[in-house]
Design a binder for this molecule. Structure first.
Ligand code: ADP
Length: 396
């Protein structure tokens, strides 16, 4: 069956049409600048990208344009909407309510709304997409796939913060974790590549993109992850600080005469390798600057890689061992140098990278030596495929 996968942001929308039997992508694309002017990129499989700039005043218009592209006589990939069996939506925050993907009903929509407080930028956008699809494709089954769901197996010792317990009870302040769809996909793929059952493996998944998180997956279940109540905690990211001393917030607010929400803005949008290097949030730019002799840029990369290595160490301890460590997402899949530097910290685990095998970019590969006790892997993530799989399974 053909599944339309929708990933809605506040001003953008990514889509893929996936044949769930063959798992082939029939077409994919991106609507950008929704509510501003509008830009559409549509790519049928095996053909060139088609770019256009139709007016896109809102998400409903954007989704109608996506439907028009998919059913277009020339560049479409299906004859009519009848050839689309279901829609799978990426939803960032499912709170404690959603431990797995689910078919979208009015009650589910209400529950997603209740989680808006934790993801005020992301969840409302997903809901707009869900409601627009409901109007434009009435009766078509829809499924919500949550970034937080895979992490719901974490035990209390991993998800509780050491603050007054009433904040958890009253407001749900706890670690939720994000990128769960990616962590789950990569954990499954890693098990497959190792020829083992997920139940028999201790895995550490490093999702290193602009946003970045690490997870510890024991026996196929997530037992810890680096992002927290929000995606700000954990690793150093493109523009996000990750872990820091909470006292810094008050200190900077006083010194710079900023409100708390202004400090939060700095931590979310002006920190990470962007803030450290002053060069860019894009790791490629920061690398280029470091190679050209910019010492602050070099330090930014060191801080980033060191933090990843520390999390790997923490999660190896949390699971009392690790069988394999997988690198995924933009940087994890492509940046062999970062992988090599991170691996230098892992000798005590008996993990050794093979420089030749590590010369791999965006492909599934084992990158450790044959005698490495811990297998190191490069695994390109595929969140859209995971969403299509869950959607197909739930609407069958
Ligand atoms: P997100 O989905 O979080 O926006 P991605 O997973 O697409 O991010 O990753 C984007 C990041 O990956 C960018 O910061 C980019 O610099 C980095 N990246 C991609 N390719 C490379 C590479 N070859 N070397 C270093 N960094 C890379």
């Amino acid at each position: 069956m053909n599944i339309l996968v929708i990933n809605c942001g506040s001003s953008s929308l990514k889509y893929q049409l996936i044949d769930s039997e063959t798992e082939n992508v029939l077409a994919k694309g991106l609507c950008e600048r929704i509510g501003i002017d509008g830009a559409l990129t549509h790519q049928p499989a095996g053909k060139d990208k088609i770019k256009s700039t139709p007016a896109m005043p809102n998400h409903k218009v954007a989704i109608q344009l996506v439907i028009d592209q998919l059913t277009d006589a020339e560049n479409g990939v299906v004859k009519s909407l009848d050839e689309i069996s279901a829609v799978g939506h990426r939803v960032v925050h499912g709170g404690e309510k959603f431990t797995s993907s689910c078919v979208i009903t009015d009650d589910v929509i209400k529950e997603i709304e209740a989680c808006n407080v934790f993801a005020p930028l992301h969840n409302p956008a997903a809901l707009i997409g869900i409601n627009a699809c409901k109007e434009l494709m009435p009766g078509l089954p829809m499924v919500a796939v949550f970034d937080t769901a895979f992490h719901q197996t974490m035990p209390p010792k991993a998800y509780l913060y050491a603050i007054p317990h009433e904040y958890y009870e009253k407001y749900g302040v706890r670690r939720y974790g994000f990128h769960g769809t990616s962590h789950q996909y990569v954990a499954g793929k890693a098990a497959q590549m190792l020829g083992k059952a997920p139940e028999d493996l201790k895995l550490i998944i490093c999702h290193l993109g602009n946003g970045a998180s690490v997870s510890a997956v024991n026996g196929g279940k997530c037992v810890d992850t680096s992002m927290g109540l929000t995606p700000l905690e954990g690793l150093v990211m493109g523009t996000r600080s990750g872990d820091l001393d909470p006292a810094i917030l008050e200190f900077i607010a006083e010194k710079e005469n900023l409100s708390l929400s202004e400090v939060m803005d700095v931590l979310n949008k002006k920190s990470g390798v962007m803030g450290l290097s002053g060069v860019s949030s894009d790791f490629r730019d920061v690398k280029a600057a470091a190679e050209a002799g910019n010492e602050t840029a070099a330090h930014a990369l060191e801080v980033h890689r060191y933090r990843v290595a520390k999390y790997i160490g923490a999660y190896a301890a949390a699971m009392n061992g690790v069988d394999a460590i997988a690198f995924t997402a933009g940087l994890g899949e492509n940046d062999d140098e970062s992988r090599a530097v991170i691996a230098e910290y892992l000798g005590y685990l008996g993990a050794y990278i093979d420089p030749e095998r590590n010369d791999v970019h965006g492909e599934d590969a084992i990158i450790s030596t044959d005698d490495s006790k811990v297998t190191l892997l490069c695994v390109p993530t595929n969140e859209e495929l995971m969403i299509a799989r869950d959607t197909a399974a739930l609407v069958k």
